[in-house]
Design a binder for this molecule. Structure first.
Ligand code: PMP
Length: 360
């Protein structure tokens, strides 16, 4: 496969090979136009059809109701940590947060920094973020409830999304958007940095209910105003054109794969291959509660840190990269996003079994 490694990076992460090939095909001359997408005006007819198609495919794949809009932004998911409270919190309102890991914590730090009212209504910090909390009570004057659907560093994922009692549910879906079907009508706003399941870095996708988009206050920076950027069809200024083009190709790939129901099936199968080993081995130890396990980032430990170091090194020798856990938590993490094939995961599980035999 043209010297490609098995890529278990947490993000930026593996992209579908067929997408990369199409990009290569189109790079010097997009559909015979004599220039690449990177080189064309964002106001050209050709780019207009690319961005419209990306949006149309998003609507189709995620079954977006009519009253939802897709906005393409920049600044990563991290800028959304500030954009959400600045856009959505009305006079006298407070924001509710559920803290399930480092990224939720960062989102909370940002709302704190802005001097907005907020309450952390549940947290799994007491057990090192190894589970998704079940019990919480939404605050009376809550403007929204913010959750992180998949905790990239700790390896947990909401198995079902919570009921938010009419309060808009805001979800950071950066590391699992597109891994399974969703009932979008449950959400007020979803945001995701594209660089795991949706494209290259530099593009942030926002899916928002129209009435919330209309409510952005006038006194916030233009480039984070959902009302302004959404109102200009994401063309207020120069959008990340190449990222939107690749996003479109990925959405087409997802559609050809059979859509999100099919992806969930494949993702569950991939994750089960690794979790089965964790469940049956005395050598490997999963780090999170079973009901909260992520389909996207599988985290585990070996009996000793030097063995973990050796595991990562041997994996690289065998063509598998990106398995070192996040620097803040250590251990091993296999990120198995949509574009990581069943074949890649089988190669990893074969390697895990062999490594246990020779080091266990
Ligand atoms: N949220 C989650 C769940 C993430 O995994 C990440 C990045 N790994 C971020 C937010 C931050 O994203 P960005 O780098 O696009 O700001």
């Amino acid at each position: 496969m043209e010297n490609r490694v098995y890529n278990f990076n947490a993000g930026p992460a593996a992209l579908p090979v067929s997408v990369l090939k199409e990009v290569r095909e189109d790079l010097l001359s997009y559909k015979g136009e004599g220039l690449s997408v990177m080189e064309m005006s964002h106001r050209s007819k050709t780019f207009d059809s690319i961005i419209k198609e990306a949006e149309q495919l998003t609507r189709e794949l995620f079954a977006l109701p009519q009253n939802y809009r897709v906005i393409y932004m920049q600044g990563g998911a991290s800028l959304q940590f500030a954009a959400v409270p600045l856009n959505l919190l009305g006079e006298g309102q407070s924001a509710d947060y559920i803290n399930t890991g480092s990224w939720s914590t960062k989102a909370i730090q940002e709302v704190e920094k802005l001097g907005k009212q907020y309450t952390v209504i549940a947290s799994s910090e007491d057990k090192n973020f190894s589970y998704i909390p079940g019990n919480f009570q939404i605050t009376d004057n809550a403007g929204y409830l913010h959750i992180t659907s998949n905790n990239t560093i700790f390896g947990t994922q909401w198995p079902q999304f919570p009921e938010s009692a009419g309060v808009p549910l805001v979800c950071d879906m950066s590391s699992d958007i597109g891994c399974r079907p969703l009932d979008i009508s449950k959400f007020g706003l979803i945001y995701a940095g594209a660089q795991k399941n949706m494209g290259p870095s530099g593009l942030t996708i926002v899916i928002i209910r129209e009435d919330l988009m209309a409510g952005s206050p006038a006194n916030i920076p233009t480039l984070i105003s959902y009302k302004i950027i959404g109102g200009k069809e994401s063309l207020y200024n120069t959008p990340p054109t190449f990222g939107i083009y690749i996003n479109k190709l990925i959405l087409q790939w997802l559609k050809n794969m059979g859509g999100l129901e099919k992806m969930e099936k494949i993702n569950r199968e991939k994750a089960a291959l690794i979790y089965d080993i964790l469940d049956t081995s005395d050598f490997y130890r999963g780090t999170v509660e079973k009901e909260s396990r992520s389909m996207m980032n599988v985290t585990f430990r070996l009996p000793a840190e030097d063995l973990e170091k050796k595991f990562v090194e041997k994996a690289i020798e065998n063509g598998m990269i990106g398995l070192k856990g996040h620097r803040s938590v250590g251990g091993i993490r296999a990120s198995i996003y949509n574009a990581v094939s069943l074949d890649a995961v089988r190669t990893l599980t074969d390697f895990m079994q062999e490594f246990e035999r020779s080091n266990g």
